[in-house]
Design a protein around this ligand. Structure first.
Ligand SMILES: Nc1ncnc2c1ncn2[C@@H]1O[C@H](COP(=O)(O)OP(=O)(O)O)[C@@H](O)[C@H]1O
Ligand SMILES: [Mg+2]
Length: 276
């Protein structure tokens, strides 16, 4: 008799178990996969956290160092400013001393020519002194108001002359800032030209007018000083002249990178032009 096939008692269980086991296996694999993914993520997070902490720490240190460096720079800057102020004060005092010595010298000599030369020198020193006064009042010892300086200079120079009351000065000065490097030569130039006018333009005249105009058109500076006086001597040639003043003006105009011209024109007109 053929043996009928009958599954062993344990087989379906096995199968059943097999199926169950298969299900269990796939579930646990998914869980395992998730677990390992979570673990990897946790590791990653850990790494991130550490690097964030490291970066924060570095940044903190860097900021602290920068702050320290900034404070050091500020301290040094304040020190330099004090030093600069001190140096400027000394220069100002030295200029004042030079002026004082020249003034004393003038009183001790009798030769009119020597007196005139010394007085010219005193005028030049004075114009520097005024600039220094303005410089020390400026915020950064760098830029000075041209209008403020030129107006003070003009008043000081004209007041030096005993017959200044008969001369009217018409000032039209543009309001802009300029550095001392340019204002020094400009101040001396104005001093020379104005001094000449006060000295020579109105000899034998009861009244006179001086017009000072300083314009700034797109950083092109034009200084014109015009008087309605006697005019330059006939055939006057600056290169042949014995005087030093106009030669100095020519030199300083060149130093400013500009030009200088002087001519007889309803009196005398001087023009200086330069770019800034
Ligand atoms: N505005 C002016 N009016 C008349 N003459 C002038 C004027 N400016 C200059 N001069 C003449 O030009 C000469 C040269 O001037 P300058 O070079 O300043 O020398 P200084 O003033 O020492 O004589 C003066 O001596 C004067 O004769
Ligand atoms: Mg002169």
């Amino acid at each position: 008799m053929q043996k009928r096939y009958s599954p062993g008692p344990e087989k379906p269980v096995k199968k059943l178990m097999g199926v169950e086991m298969l299900k269990n296996d796939s579930e646990s694999m998914e869980i395992q996969l998730l677990r390992s993914q979570i673990a990897a993520l946790e590791q990653l997070l850990d790494v991130y956290e550490r690097s964030v902490l490291e970066i924060t720490d570095k940044l903190y240190k860097e900021i602290t160092e920068r702050k320290k460096a900034e404070e050091e720079i500020k301290r040094q800057l304040a020190e330099k400013e004090t030093l600069l102020k001190e140096v400027h004060h000394r220069i100002k005092n030295n200029i004042a001393s030079i002026g004082g010595i020249l003034s004393l010298h003038v009183q001790s000599i009798a030769n009119p020519e020597a007196i005139a030369v010394l007085q010219d020198a005193i005028g030049r020193v004075d114009s520097m002194q005024i600039l220094y006064d303005k410089l020390l009042l400026s915020e950064d010892y760098k830029d000075i108001s041209v209008k403020n300086y030129v107006e003070s200079l003009t008043d000081t120079v004209s007041a030096l002359f005993s017959d200044s009351a008969k001369v009217t000065i018409d000032k039209r000065i543009a309001d802009f800032q300029l550095d001392p490097k340019r204002l020094f030569p400009l101040g001396i130039i104005i001093n020379e030209l104005l001094t000449n006018k006060m000295k020579y333009a109105f000899i034998n005249r009861d009244a006179g007018l001086i017009k000072i105009s300083l314009k700034n058109v797109k950083n092109h500076i034009t200084l014109t000083i015009q008087d309605n006086g006697n005019g330059l001597p006939d055939g006057f040639d600056i290169n042949e002249s014995k005087g030093f003043g106009l030669k100095l003006v020519k030199m300083l105009s060149r130093q400013l990178g500009g030009s200088f011209s002087i001519k007889k024109h309803a009196g005398t007109r001087s023009t200086i032009e330069f770019n800034i």
